[in-house]
Write a protein that binds this ligand. Structure first.
Ligand code: MTE
Ligand code: MO
Length: 481
């Protein structure tokens, strides 16, 4: 099952891991391994000529090159598992290209007892784990931060997250095979961190591939469910999401879940990459983009962001809804806590924060029909998207709350709303963490971790507004009031 790079004493290699029809090693004590291609299978292109051609038209594009896109927030709530084709995509450079699947090698290197190189088939042949995990980008809800004070970063709405059942090898098991026992703080060789190194290069950091790290104790704790994943909702991971292999680090900001993985390195220190040390950190609100901002930042004064803070958002209705007085509105959204914590409460106000109600919360699989339009009562048609759960009754793990500690909660409140007003949501997690009321305390020039109370404005619809767009859920250009 395992192969060791350059080990010519291994005379009878396991057949499936060796690709057929490739030039073989010609050394006198031949190991019959294929000769290496310079690319070693997976490359990070210099330009955007090799981007996937089949991206869903439902994705709203925040940036084309590199590609960053998210689905419309109401669509996100249609299925508990997010269909792969509408799952948000956040790339910082060109998508990795697997030139030759047979030549792909994953290096497990650095300070460990048994450094090794695996072919793709060898990883696929290892015991597979499937874990439902919500992945969320630290830039989720960044657009609101732009409105407070201008940022240089790509704007993002409130759909920079999605949930999938990820399939792959548990990293704790893989590292155990390489001689690092479960729950190891430090290897005998002095390794304390696990670095994930990719192949894609970004203009922000042109001299290094995308990379990140987590502490070794995190990677070797089986309950942390860190995965070397190659499957997403029972399908092969798509190119945009990291084909052929990516890491999934549950409960932690999406940026650490490295795609197009090339190397797993056990190192003494935390990864020194740009996105670990200079980007995904929470700098204080008083550091702004006023010149000379770059020189004012002490990059190392903060830690790299890891577990995300408790977050909740309203997906239905959307900002700017216009309704008559006293209309009944179905309010829906998601809530999620970082680090495997549970959501303990979701509070919703329909009067700008004067009074609050407990929203009903649901986790796991259940049908989510679209709510009727609050203006005209029309029930909008179902969007034709593939529901991974419907396609596979095997998703029993979605029925066990114990196995849902990494996934989002959907919530709903049906209430009479008197415009003009604001609908607000805020959630509390099982550790008692709350969301900040205002953005002032969390605004930062990277535009990350915007978790302040989410507010949606509702306007009064007057008779003379008949025929004007009302931002309701009809999905008609003009609602039929
Ligand atoms: N190699 C590589 N891995 C990466 C990125 C990247 O640009 N390159 N983006 C990261 C960020 S910022 C996020 S939020 C997640 C997004 O994963 P997704 O596109 O599959 O949703 O991937 C992370 N892994
Ligand atoms: Mo991200």
């Amino acid at each position: 099952m395992m192969t060791k790079k350059g080990d010519c004493s291994n005379e009878t290699p396991d057949p499936p891991i060796f690709p057929p029809n490739l030039p073989r090693c010609k050394s006198p004590k031949c190991c019959n391994k294929p000769e290496k291609l310079p690319s070693r299978g997976l490359i990070g292109p210099k330009d955007y000529k090799n981007e996937p051609k089949d991206r869903s038209k439902l994705l709203r594009i925040n940036s084309l090159m590199p590609f960053q896109g998210e689905p419309p927030a109401p669509v996100l709530l249609e299925t508990y598992l997010t269909p792969n084709e509408i799952f948000y995509t956040c790339n910082h450079g060109p998508v990795g290209v697997l030139v030759d699947p047979f030549m792909y090698e994953l290096d497990i290197s650095g300070l460990l007892p048994k450094p090794t190189t695996f072919y793709q088939d060898a990883i696929h042949a290892m015991p597979k784990s499937r874990v439902p995990v919500t992945l969320m980008c630290a830039a989720n809800r960044r657009t609101d931060m732009h409105q407070k004070k201008k940022l240089l970063e790509v704007p993002w709405g409130n759909a920079a997250l999605g949930t999938a059942i990820w399939g792959g090898v548990r990293l704790a098991d893989l590292l155990k095979m390489q001689g690092i026992p479960y729950r190891t703080l430090e290897t005998d060789e002095g390794g304390r961190h696990v670095e994930f190194i990719s192949v894609d290069y970004m203009k922000d950091a042109p001299d290094e591939p995308y990379k990140s790290s987590i502490p070794l104790i995190h990677a070797t704790t089986p309950r942390a469910d860190v995965l070397l994943a190659y499957e997403m909702n029972y399908e092969e991971i798509t190119r945009d999401h990291g084909y052929p292999f990516r890491v999934i680090i549950p409960g932690v900001i999406g940026a650490r879940s490295v795609k197009w993985l090339k190397e797993i390195r056990i190192s003494k220190d935390e990864c020194q990459g740009f996105y670990m040390q200079k980007y995904f950190k929470h700098y204080p609100p008083h550091l702004s983009l006023d010149p000379p901002w770059v020189t004012k930042v002490d990059w190392y004064s903060r830690r790299p962001l890891m577990e995300f803070p408790v977050q909740s958002s309203i997906c239905i209705p959307q900002d700017g809804l216009m309704i008559p007085k006293g209309a009944t509105v179905t309010i829906r959204g998601y809530a999620i806590a970082g680090g495997g914590r549970a959501i303990d409460r979701v509070d919703v106000s329909v009067d700008g924060g004067r009074s609050w109600e407990d929203a009903e919360r649901r986790q796991g699989s259940f049908p989510v029909p679209r709510p009727p339009c609050p203006c005209c009562g029309t029930v909008p048609p179902k969007v034709e998207i593939f529901d991974p759960f419907e396609a596979d009754g095997k998703a029993a793990c979605l029925k066990d709350p114990q196995l849902l500690r990494w996934t989002w909660v959907f919530w709903e409140l049906v209430a009479k709303v008197n415009p003009p007003t604001e609908i607000i949501v805020k959630a509390v997690d099982s550790a008692g963490n709350v969301q900040p009321q205002d953005m002032d305390h969390v605004w930062n020039f990277r535009g990350v971790n915007n978790t302040c109370w989410h507010r949606v404005k509702v306007k009064l619809k007057m008779p003379e507004d008949k025929g004007k767009p009302c931002f309701c859920q009809c999905h008609k250009p003009i609602c039929g009031v």
